[in-house]
Write a protein that binds this ligand. Sequence first.
Ligand code: HEC
Length: 148
Amino acid sequence: MSAAAARAALASLIAAASPAAGQVVPFAVAGDAIASPLAGLSGDAARGEAVVKNRETANCLICHSIPDPREAFMGEIGPPLAGVGARLTPAQIRLRLVDPTRMNPAAIMPAYHRVDGLVNVDPRYRGRPVLSAQEIEDVVAWLATLRE
Ligand code: HEC
């Protein structure tokens, strides 16, 4: 298996293994961003930090590093998330979490708020996104604070 195929398989496994209890909500993509918060919800940065650090559900740290010396064993498949709040707007971050394949069909990062087109999803979890609309907004709120 090539490295890219291995990474794509890993992304599918993560997407399939940790569904949130929510449903996918409608959203509008403009350019490389989703301007409006999902379902009009406001995010809570502290809750979002906990989602990102959870190694059993979202599992972001298997692929990304964050600027927190307490975390060990962080991945390098994705770009470091340090400074992401300065590089990207909240609207751009939102689309990258909801469905990175909207920008790049070959994206390795899992689509965290999508249910169609995924493979190998456990039947019990079909139709449920990995992260709920509220969790997406919480993660956007926390990543927006990572400005350096
Ligand atoms: C399987 C590996 C993987 C996982 C898991 C993953 N990502 Fe990613 N992420 C990537 C890769 C690779 C990219 C670069 C774009 C691409 O190829 O998909 C990326 C891009 C991003 C970006 C854009 C960064 C930039 O500077 O442009 C953000 C923000 C992001 N990821 C956040 C997250 C968060 C938050 C989680 C957990 C909810 C997560 N990622 C889980 C691999 C991953």
